[in-house]
Design a protein around this ligand. Structure first.
Ligand SMILES: [Zn+2]
Length: 548
């Protein structure tokens, strides 16, 4: 298994291009009818296949079998374009300024006939980054293009392209790729690669990729390494910083019983494992959305939906209104998390709100403060034993979280647990595990090494092999999470290089050694077993029902 699925499975013809059927159809028709434009503009968010499509068009124009919507993939032109060494295909990345400086020179060269191909094709990626001079130089060529020149421009930000240039291009907008199509492609690739997987793991990866097939395949690469050759839900959840659904089911289970202490104990366990409680609320909302679907449109749940039976069982435990209400509470709780005194308080407050507002099996206390037997009607006199003294103790932040909000730049005398910011930064791996960041930004953090802190400038390095993670969006998310963690503004400057001792690499090595043992201990974990057993027992138990 090599670590470059994104490159290996890059589509080489129109039929392999996933999720852009509308664009492919239009371009294929034009090619088949030999209606060629001299400039194309491909727009769309990153990773949706713009440069991939551009290269396929270059092949379609230069294939030795003739201009075609189905380039042969075998002739010298096709092979050389695939290998990135076709002399008449000039690829520029406008984001790197070095090449743009000699734009004028490059375009002067456009006047000469192609060396070996039918057309000279210029692919300019991130074209909106060109300087005004460079645009002007290009415009001249676009105004009177030699018949043998084709431009294929690609951009994530078409708004920044001068109208004079836009008006000379045939524009195609590539869509974000739907989750199901990404998942399908991952499944296809893993089948071809002979890698074992489970479907929930692929759904998680597809969701984290946010519409980008390239990201999905990069994540898949990481997941295979992380899972030591297998792609399974638990391992992928861990890698993405996602929350194990077992915790979430356990929370909902406690809600159906109106069991406050169990609810808070569960929150405690989650915090003790340093799970992101913000992510937990997000996933709780996702889970409630699935429960609502199971109630109203059960056929919308795929047969391979993760935890399908459990969702269907839960659907019968709540009224539709309850599910709506719980969902609202979850998303509002998540929105307000930053306003809470700390994350744990915000999370548990949200859970208690759910407990207080959802009219499940009400429980009343008698005059002696003991639980009264049997259900009573829901009214204002009903008191639930939601927060017992024991449960209140559970709200105290567990030790794992205590040092988080207290990290200061300088050690306070006597505060021996508080370390200076540099010390935290130099223990980069530990730090990345503590800051609140997930998805691709977390992956970027995992693949960086700390270099230096100079004023507000935080210098990191990322190995060449992971340079693709250096996207502005991820850098910004990581920067924000670090800023929030340290309570000060930091400016991330990440460059390529380093010794390769990134958290991801170190963890990968450790993990491979420990994998067999870990699997064994997860299976034997009394807590996990208890959850499963309790939950199964719960599912069969029909004696507790929501009071309408
Ligand atoms: Zn060919």
């Amino acid at each position: 298994m090599t670590l470059a699925l994104a490159r290996k499975w890059r589509p080489r013809n129109f039929t392999e291009l996933v999720g852009q059927e509308h664009v492919v159809r239009a371009i294929s028709n034009a090619l088949a009818q030999n209606r060629l434009h001299h400039a194309y503009l491909l727009t769309g968010t990153r990773g949706v296949g713009k440069t991939t499509l551009a290269r396929i068009i270059a092949k379609a124009l230069n294939c030795e079998t003739g201009v075609t919507a189905t380039p042969c993939g075998k002739c010298a032109a096709c092979v050389e374009i695939d290998a990135g060494r076709f002399v008449d295909l000039i690829e520029l990345d406008a984001a790197s300024n070095t090449q743009v400086d000699n734009m004028r020179e490059l375009l002067e060269n456009a006047m000469y006939a192609p060396t070996s191909g039918r057309f000279k094709v210029y692919i300019i990626d991130e074209v909106h980054m060109l300087s005004r001079n460079a645009f002007n130089a290009m415009l001249k060529t676009l105004e009177e293009p030699p018949a043998h020149v084709k431009f294929i421009l690609a951009t994530t930000d078409p708004q920044k392209i001068p109208v004079t240039v836009l008006s000379r291009c045939l524009q195609f907008n590539l869509k974000q790729i739907p989750l199901a199509q990404i998942r399908g492609q991952l499944e296809y690739v893993l089948g071809k690669e002979g890698v074992a997987f489970d479907v929930p793991a692929l759904s998680l990866l597809a969701r984290a990729a946010e519409g980008s097939m390239r990201d999905a395949l990069s994540l898949l690469d990481q997941a295979i390494a992380h899972g030591a050759g297998k792609v399974e839900e638990a391992s992928v959840r861990e890698m993405l910083g996602a929350v194990d659904r077992g915790y979430l089911f356990s929370i909902i289970h406690a809600l159906t019983r109106g069991d406050g202490p169990a609810l808070l104990a569960e929150a405690d366990r989650m915090a003790a494992r340093s799970l992101s409680l913000e992510t937990a609320l997000q996933e709780l909302a996702t889970l409630l959305h699935r429960v609502a679907l199971a109630q109203t449109v059960p056929e919308a749940l795929a047969d391979d939906e993760p935890g399908r039976d459990t969702l269907v069982a839960l659907a019968g435990k709540f009224s539709a209104e309850d599910v709506q209400l719980l969902y609202q509470i979850a998303i509002h709780g998540r929105r307000d998390l930053s306003l809470a005194p700390d994350e744990f308080a915000g999370f548990t407050m949200t859970l208690m709100r759910m407990l207080a507002f959802v009219p499940l099996e009400p429980v009343s206390l008698d005059q002696n403060g003991k639980l009264a037997a049997g259900p009573v009607a829901t009214n204002s006199a009903t008191v639930r034993p939601a927060v017992t003294p024991a449960a209140t103790r559970a709200i105290e932040p567990p030790r794992a979280m205590e040092s988080q909000p207290r990290v200061l730049e300088k050690p306070i005398p006597g505060g021996d647990e508080i370390r200076p910011i540099e010390a935290e930064l130099s223990d980069w791996r530990n730090l990345v595990g503590r800051i609140k960041v997930g998805g691709m930004a977390r992956m970027l953090g995992d693949n960086c090494e700390f270099q230096a802190l100079q004023g507000d400038n935080l210098d990191l390095v990322v190995p060449e092999a992971h340079k693709h993670l250096l996207e502005k969006a991820y850098t910004e998310k990581l920067q924000a999470a670090l800023g929030e963690y340290f309570g000060r503004r930091l400016r991330l400057r990440i460059s390529a290089g380093g010794s390769g001792k990134t958290p991801a690499e170190i963890e990968n090595q450790e993990r491979q050694a420990k994998l067999a043992k870990a699997i064994e201990s997860i299976d034997a974990d009394p807590f996990v077993r208890e959850l499963v057993e309790n939950f199964d027992a719960r599912v069969k138990d029909t004696s507790i029902k929501p009071v309408q």
